[in-house]
Write a protein that binds this ligand. Structure first.
Ligand code: UD1
Ligand code: CA
Length: 479
């Protein structure tokens, strides 16, 4: 799959940092979880913003400003290698940048992003930085034209034709005339670091929330005779923020639809994309077919020419080429090698490695197993903590008894074994190469290679017994 190229901002010796504001609580979500950890496209809001930011500058120049539940937020994105700044108490977006002063003062420019607006692309961030540099501005605001601008800060330009901005007016402070302005503040900015910190202490908190608004820097810098300009985003949707559950759902749908479009452009057939839930990081090879109502989640990878039939929920699974997943399976943290057939209604729990060309059938549950090349477990079976060789036939109703109430034990079934139906294998136990187990056996001891093991009660036949019973009953039941 094509990875988008890193697009570092040009600028010679200009030192550029990206600050991501992510300290807010997210009151409007009515959630006990921090806003920036709410997920869209299968990843936290903040993770999307970090992905875009680290395509523009290296992770060591990215600063995530965290505050509300900072520890949780940090550990969720620590693997990205970005820096963190702690905004212990959250007194507004302006305050967030005040707190980051120590980290940012050694840079020339800072691009400020919002941790709750995940659709921003690296191209737009780069464009913002380049426009800012070309304008020799102190502050550049990324804006968008919205049909419904309600809730956003409005851009008050010097005049319609000018790049220059007089002020940003927040919704609550806007006059009726200002509320009619459709050009809104995206919450993304580029600043000259020196201009920002020379004047940031002039921010006041005389507003309905008693907060320091970063947006007020526009008017402050303007008053100080510094240049403040705006540049409009190409795609107004890039700036959408997930402030409410409805906005999160909207962003999620946009992300998933564009993911499907990208996969289809790469040669994947998706029959009914509106019904599929495919996470942002999923990869799928060409000529694979995805049927309606499929969920492919997390780090799932699907090879080429495979078919994922309807109603599968698949998370963190590596699926090879020419695999068929029949309807109704649930799979987690597993792998399925080329040419295998799984389902319908199979449950692959973590650590299941399904070998090349093997079959796992209906109502089969697996956990932490290796199923060798060409082996089959087609019906009503539980295989846990087992190593199963190549060409093994596991009969219907086979159970590995892997748990003794305290510990888990391993079952080893070597190549070419035939396990008869309704066999229980009491682990730890080993069945040698080419052995044969009679149906209905309870295997408690190792079975040597090439032998037959039968472990069940012998059949008793009493001829005429049923007839005699019937006749005796009909004599006593006289009317
Ligand atoms: C902000 C802008 C508004 C703009 C909108 C775009 C201000 C005052 N208003 O409003 O003009 O149209 O974004 O989406 O900036 N945060 C902190 N620390 C704080 C407060 C907030 O890090 O003390 C973070 C939040 O976690 C969030 C981001 O800053 O990621 C923006 O804050 P939010 O409260 O969502 O601002 P909006 O009301 O959306
Ligand atoms: Ca917001």
């Amino acid at each position: 799959m094509a990875k988008s190229k890193t697009t570092h901002v040009k600028g010679g010796a200009t030192r550029i940092a990206i600050a991501i504001m992510a300290a807010g609580k997210g009151t409007r979500l009515k959630s006990k979880h921090p806003k920036v950890l709410h997920e869209v496209g299968g990843k936290p809001l903040l993770a999307h913003v970090i992905t875009a930011a680290t395509k523009v500058v290296p992770a060591q120049d990215v600063y995530a400003i965290t505050g509300h539940e900072a520890d949780r937020v940090r550990s969720a994105v620590a693997h990205t290698g970005v820096n963190f700044v702690l905004q212990k108490e959250q007194h507004g977006t302006g305050h967030a940048l005040m707190v980051a002063r120590g980290a940012l003062e050694r840079y020339d420019q800072v691009i400020v992003l919002s941790g709750d607006a995940p659709l921003i692309t690296s191209q737009t961030i780069s464009r913002l930085g380049e426009f800012h540099a070309s304008q020799r501005a102190a502050m550049t605001i990324l804006t968008a034209q919205l049909e419904k601008p309600t809730g956003y800060g409005r851009i008050i330009r010097k005049n319609a034709k000018s790049d220059e901005v007089l002020a940003i007016v927040e919704e609550k402070a806007a006059t009726p005339a200002q509320k009619k302005v459709k050009e809104i503040n995206s919450g993304f900015y580029a600043f000259e670091v020196k201009s920002l910190y020379d004047h940031i202490d002039e921010l006041g908190s005389d507003n309905p929330h008693g907060e320091f608004y970063l947006t007020d820097m526009a008017a402050i810098l303007r008053k100080a005779k510094e240049r403040v300009v705006a540049v409009a985003a190409d795609d107004p949707y890039e700036i959408l923020g997930g402030n409410t559950r409805a906005e999160l759902a909207d962003i999620d749908q946009r992300l998933r639809m564009s993911k499907c479009e990208q996969l289809m452009a790469d040669g994947v057939t998706i029959f009914y994309p509106q019904t599929c839930v495919i996470d942002t990081d999923v990869e799928i090879g060409a000529d694979t077919v995805i049927e309606p109502f499929v969920q492919l989640l997390g780090n799932t990878r699907v090879g080429s020419e495979s078919r994922i039939r309807s109603y599968n929920v698949i998370r963190n699974v590596t699926i090879g080429d020419k695999v068929v997943i029949l309807p109704g399976c649930v799979m987690d943290d597993s792998s399925v090698k080329a040419g295998a057939i799984v389902g319908p209604y199979s449950r692959l729990r973590p650590g299941s490695e399904i070998g090349e060309g093997s079959h796992v059938g209906n109502f089969v549950e697996t956990k932490k197993i290796k199923l060798g090349k060409g082996s089959k477990a087609n019906h009503l079976t539980y295989l846990g903590d087992a190593e199963i060789g190549e060409g093994v036939n596991v009969g219907a109703g086979t159970i590995t008894c892997n748990y003794d109430g305290v510990h888990k034990h391993k079952t080893i079934i070597e190549d070419g074994v035939f396990v008869g139906s309704d066999t229980t294998l009491v682990a730890p136990v080993r069945v040698g190469k080419g052995a044969y187990i009679g149906a209905g056996s309870c295997i408690t001891d190792d079975v040597p290679a090439d032998s037959l093991a039968v472990a069940r009660g012998r059949q008793i036949v009493k001829e005429g017994w049923a007839r005699e019973k019937r006749e005796a009953r009909s004599k006593t039941q006289k009317p």
